[in-house]
Design a protein around this ligand. Structure first.
Ligand code: KG4
Length: 351
């Protein structure tokens, strides 16, 4: 089954053709990073206008490089949430119109579900049915979540960030340090050769008796990065100079270390509580070298296999959307055409 996937939930305009869930025939992406860079973050109106301009060409490119036509694909898939409402609507309207015109089914996919599926987008990936139940860490510029996955389509959210996302904390730190955008890769690069133990930044929510807890998830499995960000700000403001050279390297290495520790500590806790066959890490921040190393160490010490998202599919793409849509069809899960986008779409709890 060949599915044409469309993804426009944030600042990447993407279309892809995927056969039987994991065989990527094409993966066309237009990244808007250069357009948002002057503003230090994603500007919704610029993102939307750019999707309008680029999406038709990106869909054509995806079909052409896959050697397919509108007539030869079996179905369409589209991200219908979560994300920026105006961005989602561009991909959704295009997919709905195409599906209707072509008389083909349209499968709506949750963006997070797509990222969770992205770990299977490589030739030597295990079959989805061999790795469940699985624990997933999703880390991006807009979200940091721990998800327990019974099978594709059967999710339980275990914990989430209560303030900033991990990628957001990196992006904001890089902006504050005047290093540029997006912050994740820049902080990683600047941290090269720095001492990760030079400054002890907080690991978020590590004082269990502090503050009232109003969230529905286990505090020990939730993330908080705003204190860490403030701690960096305070540290740098106290210096009587602008950090550079070794000092800047140490600051970035220590900050990156704290973010990765905060993430991996919660993954380790969840692995102790929930018996799973494997654990996984996906989304933009999963490109981070230090995070990958720490997750690999955790896999060695627990003996639980780790599935890391292939780098090419870490940031937003449509191949993961088409792949996740195939799993929904294969497993006979709800794949009804959604009526509208949902910017706050959640991964539905199976309980
Ligand atoms: O998946 P993505 O494109 O989702 C969002 O649009 O949020 O991820 C983007 C995020 C940004 O916050 C970016 O700084 C971060 O992923 N990122 C990284 C790295 N590459 C991208 N964070 C840490 N290390 C990296 N190498």
């Amino acid at each position: 089954m060949k599915i044409l996937g469309i993804e426009t939930s944030c600042d990447e305009t993407a279309a892809a053709v995927v056969e039987n869930g994991c065989n990527v025939l094409s993966n066309a992406i237009y990244s808007q990073i250069a357009k948002h860079r002057p503003y230090g973050g994603v500007v919704p109106e610029i993102a939307t206008r750019s999707h309008v301009e680029k999406l038709p060409g990106i869909i054509e490119e995806a079909l052409e490089s896959a050697g397919e036509t509108y007539g030869s694909i079996d179905a369409l898939a589209v991200t219908y949430g979560p994300g920026l409402a105006s961005s989602l609507l561009i991909g959704f309207a295009a997919a709905k119109t195409l599906a209707q015109r072509l008389g083909k089914p349209l499968i709506g996919v949750n963006h997070h579900e797509g990222h969770l599926h992205s770990i299977f987008m490589k030739a030597d990936a295990p079959a989805p049915e061999d790795v469940f139940p699985m624990l997933g860490l999703l880390v991006s510029g807009g979200d940091s979540s721990l998800v327990l996955m019974q099978q594709p389509g059967r999710y339980k959210l275990l914990g989430s960030t209560i303030d900033d996302a991990a990628g957001e904390a990196l992006d904001k730190a890089a902006a504050f340090l005047n290093l540029g955008y997006p912050g994740g890769p820049i902080i990683q690069q600047t941290a090269e050769g720095g001492n990760p133990a030079a400054i002890r930044f907080p690991r978020g929510l590590d004082q269990s008796d502090r503050g009232k807890w109003i969230y529905k998830y286990d505090r020990n499995l939730c993330f908080s990065f705003s204190g860490l960000k403030t701690s960096l700000l305070t540290y740098v403001k106290k210096l009587d100079h602008v950090p550079e050279g070794d000092e800047l390297r140490d600051i970035c290495a220590s900050y990156q270390e704290a973010i990765c520790d905060a993430l991996v500590i919660r993954v380790a806790r969840a692995l102790e509580i929930f018996p799973v066959k494997s654990f996984a890490c996906a989304d933009g921040v999963s490109l981070n070298k230090v995070l990958r190393e720490k997750m690999e160490k955790l896999s060695e010490s627990t003996g639980i296999p780790l599935l890391l998202c292939p780098p090419a599919y870490c940031t937003d793409n449509a191949a993961m959307i088409a792949g996740a849509a195939y799993e929904k069809v294969r497993l006979g899960l709800d794949s009804d055409e959604p009526g509208d986008v949902n910017p706050n779409l959640k991964l539905t709890d199976w309980e």
